[in-house]
Design a protein around this ligand. Structure first.
Ligand code: IMP
Ligand code: MG
Length: 176
């Protein structure tokens, strides 16, 4: 068990299980994008750990870039996604894969997809480490998902609570 600020968390997904899930999703991408040189776009901050592990399981040629968005101000969602680090340019005709840590309501991805499509990409798909299907509020086609989880707050493996806890190798869930 760990304590981060005012909350207690217990181990939820082990490092070994994460590694297995990442390898499985990478194998699908290796298969689907053979010969296509996809452009991966990791969404900061949370996806930096997943993106690093994912690319090291890829056996196909690929590019990796990062972008940074924020849909929250304090604890309120603004419904608008602010760009803190913009998308890479020159995506026309490319096969893009968005690499995200976790999809919760889906707002971030829902707002981002049209911005990428507007660059005239050949294709764009989502690859997320985690998905809370019970929280999704918008229609999203999520082609690659390493693991589905229930509606609970988690941290570790890039995910934070008040910017803490991103470095844990396992994923933890808040204790109820
Ligand atoms: P969405 O736009 O509601 O799908 O929110 C996605 C973003 O919220 C993720 O990229 C995370 O940064 C953050 N998030 C959602 N659920 C959790 C969680 O359980 N722990 C930590 N961060 C989360
Ligand atoms: Mg995120």
């Amino acid at each position: 068990m760990i304590t981060v600020n005012d909350l207690q968390f217990e181990k939820f997904i082990s490092e070994a299980e994460i590694k297995k899930c990442v390898a499985e999703v990478a194998a699908k991408i290796n298969h689907d994008y053979a010969g296509k040189v996809p452009v991966l776009i990791g969404i900061l901050n949370g996806a930096f750990v997943f993106a690093a592990d994912l690319v090291r399981e890829l056996t196909i040629d690929h590019e990796i870039h990062f972008a940074k968005f924020s849909s929250y101000e304090g604890t309120e969602t603004t419904g608008q996604v602010k760009q803190l680090i913009g998308l890479p340019q020159g995506l026309e005709g490319r096969n893009v894969i968005i690499v995200e840590d976790i999809i919760d309501t889906g707002t971030t991805m829902y707002n981002l997809l049209p911005q990428i499509q507007a660059q005239g990409v050949r294709s764009v798909e989502i690859c997320t480490m985690l998905l809370k299907p019970g929280k999704l509020q918008v229609p999203l086609n999520i082609k690659y998902c390493a693991k589905e989880i229930p509606n609970a707050f988690i941290l570790g493996y890039g995910l934070d609570y008040d910017n803490l806890g991103r470095g844990y190798k396992d994923i933890y869930v808040v204790k109820s």
